[in-house]
Write a protein that binds this ligand. Structure first.
Ligand SMILES: Cc1cc2nc3c(=O)[nH]c(=O)nc-3n(C[C@H](O)[C@H](O)[C@H](O)COP(=O)(O)OP(=O)(O)OC[C@H]3O[C@@H](n4cnc5c(N)ncnc54)[C@H](O)[C@@H]3O)c2cc1C
Ligand code: FES
Length: 285
């Protein structure tokens, strides 16, 4: 059985002190996204839950929050998928195998996997949303006997923006996951499905409302339409989860940068139930 979360014997650490980690490998996924496998210099596993994030720290440059995209069931290294959008992520993209970077975390709440055990699972991911939820997908596949039916839907804007192509092939080949993907804007080579991710709901058989937990991670516009599909299938609001991205600085509830209404997303999130999100409407619109 997977050991989840920081263990009580872990040395108490300062919330603000980055731990050095070595870049074990770098893989280019698309023109904008790379995946980094990291190992803490201490040799300890990160001890995270699926859905948690870390603050990556570059001395003299800054920090940025990045979701952990690998499962704690694969503890030797942990992986981060980083999209190059600005100064800090540009510097992260210059890292090479053997370089060192600072890591604070794991931070945030993550998915309560124990609540998901024994249930049918539907995961809907859009765009870069596949990164935070990939840790949960790997966890479910590694602990497959603990879950019922597993439906996985993924949408990207174009074929060139599909992430984790090796995983997509593996998931398609497995007969214990009902996996479907689509792109909004196909190119001439694309032989798969086209259309927005909600078109894939035709591939999901009837869901048992009391037995199904749903996880939705993607841009706000996708979230809105996917929730409508899910509610139409009579899934209860408390069984619908999503992961929110707010601007963050400290990641530990001290600076207020991530605050939405009276909630610190870095502490109480980034994973929320749909019911809780109604109070955070400004964060998803
Ligand atoms: C909990 C959490 C998890 C995240 N996980 C990932 C991840 O797995 N992979 C990944 O690539 N990114 C992730 N992000 C977003 C990432 O933190 C930002 O892209 C990064 O901080 C940008 O820093 P920068 O200095 O490179 O760019 P900046 O110069 O700060 O910004 C460049 C551009 O990116 C936009 N931007 C910055 N931060 C965000 C944000 N949080 N959401 C949306 N747009 C933003 C800015 O508006 C601007 O247009 C996550 C954010 C949070 C809060
Ligand atoms: S990021 Fe500082 S309080 Fe949440």
């Amino acid at each position: 059985m997977a050991v989840l979360g920081r263990q009580p014997t872990d040395k108490a650490k300062s919330l603000y002190e980055p731990e050095p980690a070595e870049v074990v490998s770098v893989e280019k996924l698309t023109d904008l996204e790379n995946v980094y496998a990291l190992q803490l210099a201490s040799g300890h596993p990160l001890g995270h839950l699926p859905g948690q994030f870390v603050q990556l720290a570059l001395l003299g440059i800054g920090e940025c929050p990045i979701s952990i995209c690998s499962s704690p069931t694969r503890p030797n290294t942990f992986e981060l998928c980083v999209r190059r959008v600005g100064e800090v992520t540009e510097h992260i993209h210059r890292l090479r195998e053997g370089d060192t970077i600072g890591v604070r975390g794991p931070l945030g709440n993550g998915f309560d996997v124990h609540e998901l055990h024994g249930k049918d699972i539907l995961i809907v991911a859009g765009g870069l949303g596949l990164a935070p939820v990939r840790s949960l997908i790997q966890y479910i596949l590694d602990e497959r006997a603990r879950f019922g039916q597993f439906h996985l839907l993924y949408g990207a804007r174009s074929p060139g923006e599909l992430l984790f192509r090796n995983d997509l092939t593996l998931w398609r080949e497995r007969d214990d996951v009902n996996f479907h993907m689509t792109v909004d804007r196909p190119d001439e080579q694309w032989r798969g499905r086209s259309g927005v991710v909600t078109t894939l709901f035709s591939e999901v058989p009837r869901l048992e409302p009391g037995e199904t937990q749903v996880v939705i991670v993607g841009p706000p516009v996708m979230f809105k339409f996917v929730v409508l599909e899910v509610l139409a299938r009579r899934i209860h609001q408390r069984n619908i989860f999503c992961s929110l991205e707010r601007r963050m600085k400290c990641g530990v509830g001290k600076c207020g940068h991530c605050q939405a209404n009276n909630v610190y997303v870095c502490l109480e999130g980034p994973v929320f139930r749909y019911g809780e999100l109604k109070a955070l409407r400004e964060a998803i619109e």
